[in-house]
Design a protein around this ligand. Structure first.
Ligand code: HEM
Length: 447
C-alpha cells in the first residue's frame, strides 16, 4: 500500500483555494460597500484570511504534486510514508490554528504572515520533514538528477531559510533598526515567493517532459540555465520590493533584469515545447496541456506589466495602488495556479486513465476562467491607474470623490472575481470528487 499523503495534500489545497476565493470575494465586495459585514469581518481581517488561504493553496498543491510524482509516477519508495503523513497532519492543524489566530485577533505577525508568530514553528517543522523525506528518497542518484529535482530540492531548502528570515524582526538586532528591519522583511517575502516558484516552475518543466515523454527536457542546457536564473532571482530578485530603501542602484537593476529574464526563459521553454509536442501527446493530457498554454499567455501579459512598473520612476506611481495587487494576483493566479491545475489534471489522468478530462463543461470552465481573469486583472489596473493619477498628477478633488469614481471598476472586479470562482469550481469539481474517491476506495486506483 502506497502513501495516501499526496491525495490528502491535494484535497486540502483545493479546500484552501475555494475558502480563500470566498474570503477574496467578500473583501472585494467591501470595496463597493465598505459597511458590509464591517462589524464581524472587516477588510483588515478578510485580507489575511484570503491571502493566507490562497498562498496555502499554492504551497499545498505544489507539495502534494511533488509527493505524487515521486511515489506514483517515478515509482520511488518514499523514505518515510509516516513522515509524509505527519507533515500533512502538522500543516492541517497549523492551518486551523492560523484561522483561529485570525478570528481571535492574535495577529501580531506581519504582512503575509500576520498570524501569531509562534505558528511559524510547526510550519518550519513540516518543511523540514518534507526536506528529509525528499532528500532521503532521492539522494542516491543525485548525479543524474533532472533539473526539476534540483528545483524542488532547492525550493524546499530555501523555503526553510526564508520562513525563518521573515521572522528575524522578532530579534532586537533587526527590529530596532528601521532600514535593516524593512529591508530584511521585504527581502524575505520576495525570496519566499522565489522559493515557491522553484517548486511550481519545477512542476511545469516536469509536466512538459512527462506529457511529451521526453526526458531530454529535464537535462537540457536551457532547463539548467533557467534553474540558475531562478536561483539568482530567489536570492537577488527581491529588490523591487524595497525601492524605498536607500541602496545601491545597481542592486535594483540586476534584480530587475534577472526577474524579467526568468519569465522570458520560462515563456520560451513553454512556447518551444508547445510547438514540438505531438497531437497524440496533447490528446493524452488535453487539460494539462491547455493549462500550460494559459501559463504562457499569462507570463506574457505579466511581463508587460512588470517591465513597466519595475522601472523605478513608474514604480513610484504604482506602489501601493491596485496595480501592485494586479501584479500579485495576475502572477499567483495566471502563472502559479494554471501550472498547478495542469498538474492536477495530469495526476487525475494518472490515477484514472479512463476518465475523460476533455469534457464540454470542463473546457467551458477553462475558457471562462481565462476570460474572467483577464477582465478581473484589467479592472484592477484601471482602478490603480486612476488612483495614481489622482494622487500624483491631477491632485484635485476630494479622496471620497476619487473613490466614488472607482466604483464601476470595483464592481467589475467583484463580478469577474465571481467568474473566476465559478469557472474554477466547474474545472476543479471532478478533480476533487475523484481524489476523494481515491482516498475512500483505494483499491479502485491500485493503492
Ligand atoms: C487563485 C485565486 C487567487 C489567488 C492566488 C489570489 C492571490 C492574492 C494575493 C497574493 C493577494 C495579495 C496582494 C498583495 O499583497 O499585493 C490578494 C489580494 C486580494 N485578492 Fe486575491 N487571489 C485569488 C483570487 C481572488 C478572488 C476570486 C477575489 C475576489 C474578487 C480576490 C480578491 C482579493 C482582494 C480584495 C485582495 C486584497 C487587495 C487589497 O489589499 O486591496 N482574490 N490575492
Amino acid at each position: 500500500m502506497k502513501s495516501k499523503a499526496p491525495a490528502y495534500f491535494l484535497l486540502l489545497a483545493l479546500i484552501a483555494l475555494f475558502l480563500g476565493m470566498s474570503f477574496g470575494m467578500l473583501a472585494s465586495f467591501q470595496y463597493i460597500l465598505p459597511e458590509f459585514l464591517k462589524e464581524v469581518l472587516p477588510f483588515s481581517k478578510l485580507r489575511p484570511f484570503h491571502v493566507t488561504s490562497v498562498i496555502s493553496w499554492i504551497v499545498l498543491c505544489a507539495t502534494g504534486s511533488i509527493y505524487f510524482f515521486l511515489v506514483y509516477v517515478e515509482k520511488f519508495k518514499l523514505f518515510s510514508p509516516f513522515l509524509a503523513k505527519l507533515h500533512f497532519v502538522i500543516f492541517l492543524l497549523t492551518g486551523i490554528a492560523i484561522y483561529f489566530s485570525f478570528i481571535f485577533d492574535y495577529t501580531e505577525g506581519r504582512e503575509y504572515f500576520a498570524f501569531s508568530p509562534i505558528l511559524i514553528m510547526p510550519i518550519l517543522i513540516g518543511w523540514i520533514f518534507f526536506g528529509i523525506n525528499y532528500f532521503k528518497t532521492l539522494y542516491k542518484n543525485i548525479r543524474g538528477w533532472p533539473v526539476y529535482f534540483w528545483m524542488w530540492g532547492t525550493g524546499i531548502v530555501f523555503m526553510c531559510y526564508h520562513l525563518l528570515e521573515a521572522h528575524f524582526w522578532l530579534l532586537d538586532f533587526f527590529r530596532l533598526d528601521f532600514i535593516r528591519d524593512f529591508a530584511v522583511q521585504w527581502k524575505s517575502y520576495g525570496s519566499f515567493t522565489g522559493s515557491w516558484n522553484m517548486l511550481v516552475y519545477g512542476i511545469s518543466i516536469y509536466l512538459m517532459s512527462k506529457i511529451k515523454k521526453d526526458s531530454n527536457l529535464g537535462h537540457s542546457k536551457i532547463g539548467f540555465f533557467f534553474y540558475f536564473l531562478g536561483l539568482a532571482n530567489l536570492m537577488f530578485g527581491w529588490a523591487h520590493h524595497t525601492y524605498f530603501v536607500p541602496m545601491q542602484p545597481w542592486i535594483r537593476y540586476v534584480s530587475y533584469a534577472i526577474s524579467m529574464t526568468e519569465w522570458i526563459v520560462l515563456a520560451s521553454i513553454i512556447y518551444n515545447w508547445k510547438r514540438s509536442v505531438l497531437k497524440v501527446e496533447k490528446e493524452n493530457h488535453p487539460m494539462a496541456y491547455r493549462f500550460l498554454l494559459s501559463t504562457d499567455l499569462w507570463i506574457f501579459l505579466n511581463i508587460i506589466l512588470a517591465l513597466l512598473f519595475s522601472i523605478p520612476a513608474i514604480n513610484f506611481f504604482t506602489h501601493g495602488t491596485h496595480i501592485t495587487v494586479a501584479h500579485s494576483m495576475g502572477t499567483t493566479i495566471g502563472i502559479n495556479t494554471t501550472i498547478l491545475f495542469s498538474a492536477l489534471f495530469f495526476i487525475l489522468k494518472n490515477l484514472y486513465p479512463e476518465f475523460e478530462t476533455d469534457k464540454k463543461w470542463i473546457k467551458r470552465g477553462y475558457v471562462s476562467f481565462n476570460i474572467s481573469l483577464f477582465f478581473f486583472w484589467v479592472s484592477l489596473l484601471i482602478a490603480g491607474g486612476k488612483k495614481s493619477y489622482w494622487m500624483y498628477v491631477s491632485k484635485t478633488g476630494l479622496f471620497s470623490e476619487m473613490q466614488a469614481s472607482l466604483i464601476p471598476y470595483y464592481i467589475s472586479f467583484f463580478i469577474f472575481g465571481i467568474g473566476i470562482f465559478v469557472s474554477l469550481f466547474i474545472v476543479a469539481f471532478p478533480v476533487f470528487r475523484l481524489f476523494l474517491l481515491k482516498i475512500k476506495t483505494p483499491e479502485k486506483t491500485g493503492l
